[in-house]
Design a protein around this ligand. Structure first.
Ligand SMILES: [Zn+2]
Length: 369
């Protein structure tokens, strides 16, 4: 139990300039009152994302000072605005949820098409608005997705990064215009690369046939555990030549670039067969240059996705619930669990220092499960 009352204080880990987080104490009575359509959640676990590390180490880029960190969150609803009872009867105090961190206007052309990640007035919790590393947090009820009892709250904090991959995989297959292909190249074996493999597997792709390129030994091992057989070390592999060799001389149908650098972009484009699709869903820290004639001459497609569509969260939760995405595998991704007050030292700094050792560090915000 978190047991916060109106008279108590809660803690929040906030952005506080370059390489600095602040542990703030907030009176519960000073929290903004619940607005129509909102619920108050006690977050249980909140994951640290590569983008959080980028903000901390190189920022502030998008983050707003004195805003609470964390967009990969799960938790339990503590309170609901009266309007929520009729609009979302499945959300009550005690409901266990994964919280979708995008706050959208709900009215633009993309929102009306149920793609809040493409909202013209997009903002994201944990960067621009208060996020999950806060012991009590008001969030929009329509961004709370109930969890079946057998999905634990720690695994539920991984719904967010898996949804990034889920959306990327859907976009790649849609662009490629194929229901099913194993002629797939995944660049990178970090959390998003590995999540992409899990989503491909859930879609029925035979991971024994796909090609994966990664650098980090421990992370590469995760790809092998999932059933990957064609795994190559990026420092020695001629990616395009290997892709041609593997995929009937023509190369890959779809490339997922979970690294997002000039060299992975070049490799990815070169490894594609004609009319193939390159999926861009990672954050590039430098501009890339390329020969645009390659895209025209070979009829290539480049598709970009940010975050996820509204339906990706419940789709990922369903895939976890019915075993298409293995919860046992997901559990193994969690390489660190750190109490809230130690989020900076034990979480962000640890990920910078010992990157090779980790897949995902979770911050324990409230002790709930
Ligand atoms: Zn919108």
């Amino acid at each position: 139990m978190d047991g916060h009352t109106e008279n108590s204080t809660i803690r929040a880990v906030q952005w506080n300039g370059n390489k600095n987080l602040k542990l703030a104490h907030i009176n519960v009575s000073d929290l903004p009152p619940l607005k129509e359509g909102q619920v108050r959640v006690a977050p249980a676990w909140c994951g640290i994302c590569g983008s959080d590390i980028g903000e901390w180490a190189h920022g502030p880029i998008f983050s707003v000072s004195a805003t609470t960190v964390g967009h990969e969150m799960s938790g339990i609803i503590r309170e609901t605005h009266p309007s929520v009872t009729s609009q979302h009867p499945n959300l009550k105090p005690g409901t266990r949820v994964a919280v979708h961190p995008i706050v959208s206007d709900g009215t633009c052309h993309r929102c009306l098409a149920h793609y809040s990640g493409g909202c013209e007035n997009f903002s994201i919790r944990g960067i621009m608005l208060d996020g999950g590393m806060q012991e009590l947090l008001n969030v929009e009820a329509d961004k709370c997705f109930p969890l079946p009892d057998h999905i634990p709250l720690d695994v539920a904090a991984l719904v967010e990064p898996v949804s990034v991959a889920w959306q990327g995989v859907k976009a790649g297959f849609k662009s490629a215009g194929v229901e099913r292909t194993d002629r797939v190249l995944v660049l990178g074996t970090g959390p998003i690369g590995i999540a992409t493999l899990a989503c491909l597997k859930a879609r029925g792709v035979d991971l024994g046939n796909v090609m994966v390129v990664g650098r980090n030994k421990a992370r590469n091992a995760k790809a092998l555990e999932l059933g990957v057989k064609h795994l190559y070390d990026s420092s020695v592999c001629d990616v395009a030549a290997t892709a041609r060799q593997l995929f009937d001389e023509y190369g890959a149908e779809i490339v997922f670039d979970a690294v997002a650098t000039q060299s992975t972009f070049d490799d990815g484009i070169a490894a594609l067969r004609r009319a193939g699709t390159y999926v861009m869903y990672g954050i590039f820290h430098e501009p890339v240059t390329f020969d645009a004639n390659q895209i025209m001459m070979r009829s290539l497609k480049i598709v970009g996705t940010i975050c996820y569509a509204d339906e990706d969260y419940p789709e990922v939760i369903d895939a976890m619930a019915d075993g298409r995405i293995s919860m046992n595998e997901l559990k193994k991704w969690i390489t660190g669990r750190v109490p809230l007050e130690n989020a900076e030292e034990g979480g962000l700094k640890e990920l910078v220092k010992n990157k090779a050792k980790h897949m995902k560090i979770l911050i324990r915000v409230n002790e709930l499960e």
